[in-house]
Design a protein around this ligand. Sequence first.
Ligand code: GDP
Ligand code: MG
Length: 603
Amino acid sequence: MKQESIRNFCIIAHIDHGKSTLADRFLEVTNTISKRDMKHGQMLDTMELEQERGITIKLQPVRMDWEYEGEKYILNLIDTPGHVDFSYEVSRSLAACEGAILVVDATQGIEAQTLANCYMALEHNLEIIPVLNKIDLPSADPEKRAQEIEDALGLPKEEVIAISAKEGTNVEKVLERVVQKVPVPSGGKDKEELKALIFDSVYDSYRGVVTYVRLFSGSVKKGDKVYFLSNKKEIDVLEVGYFKPKYVAAEELHSGEVGYIVTGLKSVRDARVGDTIWQSSGSEVDIMNAKALPGYHIVKPFVFAGIFCTEANDYPLLREALEKLKMNDSALSFQPENSVALGYGFRCGFLGLLHMDIVQERLEREYDLDLIMTAPSVSYEIIMKTGETIVISSAADLPDPTKIDGIKEPWVKVEILTPKDYIGNIMTLCSEKRGVYKNINYLDKNKVIVIFEMPLASIIVDFYDKLKGLTSGYASMNYEYLEYRRDHLVKLDIMVSGEKVDALSAIVHREESFYVGQVLTKKLKDLIPKAQFVIPIQAAIGAKVIARETIPAFRKDVTGGLYGGDYSRKRKLLEKQKKGKKRMKMMGKVALPQEAFMAILKK
Ligand code: GDP
Ligand code: MG
C-alpha cells in the first residue's frame, strides 16, 4: 500500500462525550466489524471493567480499510483513555498520529479535558477535526456549541461536523474529513534506519510483550534484530502485524504505519511506552549514536496507598497478584510494608485515583482477594537536618521530628471549567483546600476557566466530589504536576483504645490539623462498631492529644430479636454478620472496618 493512502489519527474528548461510540460506528462503516458482531457495542473497550463502567482504560488501536471516491485508504485509529491519570499514554498516542478528531458533546459543550486534550494535540502539531456529538438529543445545541468551539479553541465553526455517534448520523462525513485533512505520514524510504515509537505495550501470556508501534522510518519484519534505545536491549522480532482490531500477522511493517511487534520479553518494563525501537540501516550498528524519538520519560506514581489482606494467609497471593499485574502495568509500583495494625502488605504507587481504583478492583476480581486499602496519600520529600533529602510515601515512615528540618509536598496546577455562576463556590472550596488563586479566563459569556495552584494532597481527598456537589455537576477539572513545595506539615496520629494505629497516620498542614483531627475522630466513632467495653479514640500530634471521642460499651446480639424456631433465618443473619466482619481487622480487641481506613475521605 502506498504511503499516500495512510491516515493515522486518534479520537480525543472529555470523558463520556462519545469517543468509544464513534469508534464503534467507524468500525461498522468501514466493515472492519460487521453489525452482527457489534453485539454489546463498545468494541474497543474489551476489558470487563471497561464494559461495566463504560470507560476506556486501555487505549486500543485499529486499522480500517476504506474506499472513498474510488481510492482505497488505510485508516489507523487510536482510541485513547480520556482520564487525566493516563495523560502520558494519550500524549504518546498523539505523537503516533498526524490528526485528531476532537469530540465535544453537543449538550455539554467544552469541558476541562476537552481543552487539555486539544492543547496537547496542538503541541504535537496535529490536524484537529472538531465534531459535535449527540445531536439526536433534544437538549443538544450544535449552533451555540460550535460558536463555543470557535471562541475557546480558535477552530472555525463552519468546520465543526454535527453528528450522532449513536445513530450513525454524519459519521462517514467525519471519515471523509480525515482523508481530506489529516496529512499523509512523512518518511517512507524503506532503506532508512528503523525508528518505531512505542505508544503502548501489553503482556500476553503466550506471546510475551507485544509493543504497539508507529514507524517513523524504515521497516521491520519477523526475524529482525532490533534495539530499544532507552535500555539498549536487543531482541529478535517474533512477529509483526496490524490491529483489525484483533492481531493479524503481516509480512512487514513500513514507515508511516501503525502496527504491533511481538518481542518475547517478559515484562512491559523492558518495552516502555514512549521508547524507540531501532535498527541500523546498514551493517554499522551504532546504538550509542542513534537518536531516540522525542518525548520519552518513565511515568512516576503520584498517589500511594497501603494494600493489605483481611486474611493474613493471603499475603503470598497478594504478592503474586501484584507481580502479575505489574507485568502488564509499568506504572504500578509496590514494596512490602509492615503495619502494626494491618500486618504484612504492600505500599503501592499509582498514577492517580482512577488507576488506584482499577488496580484494587482487578486484585479483588481477578485474584479473588479480600483487601483492606488505606486512604491514598502523596509522597513527601523530607529535608533532614543533616542536609540529606529522603522521599517517603507513607506518614508512618516519617523520621523522628527532631531530626527533620522541613517537609515538602507535591503541588499541582488545577484548571476548573465551570459556568460562571459557580465561581464563588469554587473560590471558597479551593481556598479551604489551601489553594492559591492564579487566574480566571473567560471562554465565552458564560463559561470560565478558574486556575489555582494546590497541594496534590488536597485534590486526592474528596475534592472532585465536593466540586461536583458545589456546581450541580457542571464543573470539570484537569490538573498537572508542578513541583515539591515546602510548608508547615505535621504528622497526625490516631489512637484507638490507647494504641497508635499506624495505618491511620496522615501528614497534614499544621493549621488544619485540629480540624482534621476532630473530623477524623468523629467519623471513626461512627464507623467503629461498639464493643462490650468503652473505646476511646484520640488524635495526636507528637505527644499532644488534640481531639478525643469515646465509643460507649454495648452488647450486641444480632439474633436476639428473633424468637424460636426459625433457625434458617437465624443462620442467615449470622452468616450476614460474618460477611460484614470479613473486611475488618482486629486491633487488639477492637474491630476496625475497611471504612475506618478510608475515613479521611468520607464526608
Ligand atoms: P467516551 O467516554 O468518550 O468513550 O464515551 P462513550 O462512547 O462511552 O459514550 C458515553 C455515553 O454517551 C454512552 O452512554 C453512550 O451511549 C452515549 N452516547 C455516545 N454517543 C451518543 C450520541 O450520539 N447520542 C446519544 N444520545 N448518546 C450517545
Ligand atoms: Mg470510551
